[in-house]
Design a protein around this ligand. Sequence first.
Ligand SMILES: [Zn+2]
Length: 174
Amino acid sequence: MDLLDSFTDLKVLGALRLNELASKWLATPRAREHAVKWIVIKEIAGKISLSFGISISHAVKNGETYIFPFDDLVNYLAEYGITSGKKRDHLLTRYKEAMKRFPKVGRHFTINFKECRLWLACKTPGCHTMLKTEYTLPENAKFSWDGGTAKCKRCGQAHRYEQADLFILPESGK
Ligand SMILES: [Zn+2]
């Protein structure tokens, strides 16, 4: 989703800095509570775009709405990324207004088990490449994987991965 792109004061920080901040946000209680496991902010054709993955240990049911704590992420990025208090307040006010009008945008995602593939993230520092696995999300939510080695096409390095490393990428925003 490219919702972040509409906030100029965040956009000027650049994808690299936003990505660095978002990685730190992953360790916060709100991110963990919502099982956010992976986040990547990239600039694609001049637009800041965000994708995220959630842990499969999160109890999700088919067709369930998953709520991504986008509000908390925006707060975090503003707090640690924008030094001017005035600009920060302006951004947060604009975000709150947008939330009132479009409360589901950037927050509500439908989990479709049939379309949910399990992914891994390359463990090479700084690589940020998502590796597609052969597995899809099981209907009964019980899934057991003994782990294995996966090689990254981008950096060429192979790492060992465990079940806890798997995540899903909710795509269809509603
Ligand atoms: Zn890699």
